[in-house]
Ligand binder design. Structure first.
Ligand SMILES: [Zn+2]
Ligand SMILES: [Zn+2]
Length: 244
């Protein structure tokens, strides 16, 4: 399995990190998780391209996770790739209907399959996935791909989510701000480290990085590893991780 971090930023631009997008590939199957602003561009830069993405799995509906959904649809339509499956939490049908209502000229251009999922196991784009409800300001699902990859989506750090990820080779986790930012709905590095203290992971990548984190990576990593005794790194846009 190959996981590519297309966008490791958040709702406020850093100038270097685009909004959330993660590409999961295995045996010729390709799945895009989230499609925030800039992800369409990163897809092109990654060499995979929007033509290869016929399934999008959404963690939740905040703008920084869905902004490029309609641009993806339009690019696919223009390229003659006339279908797209969009899978996400409750409300995904309403989101897609709403987007098409605003941009009326896109109606009927693509053969769309929209599917809503809840916590538990399901299959998407040929991948077996398990979903877990996170703690965020909007309904959000974390996704786990067997013992290889878990993505937190947007979430506070809490024991339930840490246990959900336990045993994953790679955990990609929201770590939006440094410790001195007073935040809810996202974790600080200390909180994340404390919740991960008792779980076994191959490696943790921190993502969803706000501009507040610029120049403070070493300090943030120290905050996580003060509690969690494992391999912790910062995710970068267009970085690919191969998982056995
Ligand atoms: Zn969010
Ligand atoms: Zn977000």
């Amino acid at each position: 399995m190959r996981v590519t971090f297309l966008g490791t930023g958040s709702a406020m631009p850093t100038g270097e990190r685009f909004q959330t997008g993660v590409l999961v590939q295995e045996d010729g199957r390709t799945l895009l998780i989230d499609c925030g602003s800039g992800v369409l561009h990163r897809l092109q830069q990654s060499g995979v391209g929007y033509e290869a993405v016929s399934t999008v799995l959404l963690t939740h509906h905040h703008l920084d996770h869905v902004s490029d959904l309609l641009p993806l649809m339009k690019a696919r339509w223009l390229a003659g790739e006339d279908h797209l499956e969009i899978v996400g939490p409750r409300g995904t049908k309403g989101l897609v209907d709403g987007l098409l209502e605003v941009h009326e000229y896109m109606q009927g251009k693509l053969e769309l399959q929209v599917r809503e999922v809840v916590a538990g196991e399901f299959s998407v784009g040929g991948f077996d996935v398990e979903a877990y409800e996170t703690r965020h300001s909007l309904r959000c699902l974390a996704y786990r791909f067997g013992d290889r990859f878990t993505f937190s989506g947007d979430s506070e750090a809490f024991a339930g989510l840490a246990n959900f990820a336990d045993g994953s080779a790679i955990l990609l986790h929201d770590c939006s701000f440094p410790d001195d930012v007073d935040v809810s709905n996202h974790p600080t590095p200390s909180q994340l480290g404390a919740e991960l203290a008792d779980v076994e992971l191959g490696r943790v990548y921190l993502t969803h990085l706000y501009p507040h984190t610029d120049g403070r990576h070493a300090e943030m990593r120290d905050s996580v590893t003060a509690h969690y005794d494992g391999d912790v790194r910062f995710a970068e846009d267009l970085q690919t991780v191969s998982i056995e």
